[in-house]
Structure formats: C-alpha cells, structure tokens
Ligand binder design. Sequence first.
Ligand code: ZN
Ligand code: FE
Length: 256
Amino acid sequence: MPKLDIHLFPALDDNYGVLIHDAGANVTASIDAPDAKTVEKALRDTGWSLTHILVTHHHADHTQGITALKSTYGCRVIGPKGEAEKIPGIDEALAEGDVYRFGNFDVEVLETPGHTLGHITLYLPAAKIAFCGDTVFPLGCGRVFEGTMDQMWSSVAKIGALPADTALYCGHEYTLSNARFAETVETGNGALKDYIATAKTKRERGEPTVPTTVKAELAANPFLRADRPELAAAIGMAGASAAEVFGEIRRRKDNF
Ligand code: ZN
Ligand code: FE
C-alpha cells in the first residue's frame, strides 16, 4: 500500500491549502492554490517540490496562486472540465468518472456542481481521502452561487455516499460559524452537540477542524441530513423531498 503524506496549512483569511506528497513516486500536488507565497512556504516547510496543482473550482481564492506557482515550478495544472476556461494555465481537464493517476494513486473525479457549475471533488480511494473544495464544510456546505439547490443537494449527497471513513478536506475553516446555524436547525441532535464541543476545543487550541469524515458529517451536518425524516420534521417540513429540505436550510443559512 503506497503512503500519501498530507500537509494542511491556513492561507488567506480563512482558506486552507493542502499539499499531498507521494514519496514513492516523488510527486507533490497542491490542492487548489489560494496564494502562491503561502504554498511556497508550505513547500519549504515540507521540503517537497511541486509537480502538480489539482483544482476544485475557479474561484480566485482557489486559483490565484496558479500562474506564479506554474512559472516557478513548471508544474502540471489539472482542473474541472466544466469550467476549464476559467482555470489559468490548465493543462488537463477532468470530468465525472475520469481517473487521474497521481504517482501511485488513482484520483477519481466526482462532478459536484452547485457552488460553481464545474466544481469537482477529487477522491483518492486508496488513501481514503476526498478534496471537496467548497462543496461540503464541517457542519455546513458552500453557498449555491452558480447552480440550483437541486444540483447542490445531489453534490452534497454524492460526497455523503462516499465510504464513512473517508477524510474530507475542504477549502475553508468555517466550522464554528456553521455550528451556530446548525444548532438552530436540529436542536435535539446529540451527535451535533458533541461535534460542536470538540470543534470548539480544537479552535481554542488553534487547531484546524479539517479534515472531517463522511461519518461525522452524516451524523451532525444538517445539509447532509436533508434526506432524514427527523431533520425534515425538525424544520416543519415532514414529507418534503430531500432537495426541498436542503434548499430551505440553505436559504435559512444565507439569511442567518
Ligand atoms: Zn469557492
Ligand atoms: Fe473558497
């Protein structure tokens, strides 16, 4: 079983950058590129040399470092086919079902539209990790900027259908603010209370709440629980479809 090293680091105001490194193949990828200087510092800290940038979506806080990093390292830029024209320096575009080979690891591509129309999630089954960009956050989900609520629900549910022990890396540290909203949705959820207590402790210690797991989000994240009868009942929508429930809680969060 090849080993994948992972280095998570804060970038910009509340973004996360991630480097993944396969020592066996001597390849290193930056997941998104929030800021070239911060990614370069992470490379110095780890001693790894950048060979790839894997991009989840086109927003500036995920792509603005690409051009400078590519000119310094000559790395290969891989990103979503659905919005390839918005990804600077893209060399290879990936769509649903594609499998990209990164060193000794398969990277499976899941299209997860909604936050942006071309957004992809990168899933490495052998490492049990997925990089879901701004689709699922601990106790939250991304704003639906370009797609529809139905699309975003399908995308969130697709991530929720990954194996329960999959580690989820997302693009931001929003957990405590997501927690304040989640508490108003499902007041009686004990798993949510425990999750929030743990997250508060981590943040007080200056630790990230990322990565989370599929299992933890299915238990506590209201957006991943939109198909649960108890969640629909909790917001007075018993019998409504999961997409309707999801849309309602996303709208409530937008106005929270
Ligand atoms: Zn975004
Ligand atoms: Fe973002």
